[in-house]
Design a protein around this ligand. Sequence first.
Ligand SMILES: [Zn+2]
Length: 49
Amino acid sequence: MIRVLKRMVGLTSTTTTIIFECRRCGTCFSSDEESCTECGTSSIVKYKI
Ligand SMILES: [Zn+2]
């Protein structure tokens, strides 16, 4: 999943991007959500890419 995220953001970017991803359904957020907008779980993981 991280490879997919990097492709979405662009590998040439030099700035650190923080991505939040739902652990249950894999939905990605660019902001820190308290719960997944798709499935409602609060199990969100944070990636710095
Ligand atoms: Zn979800």
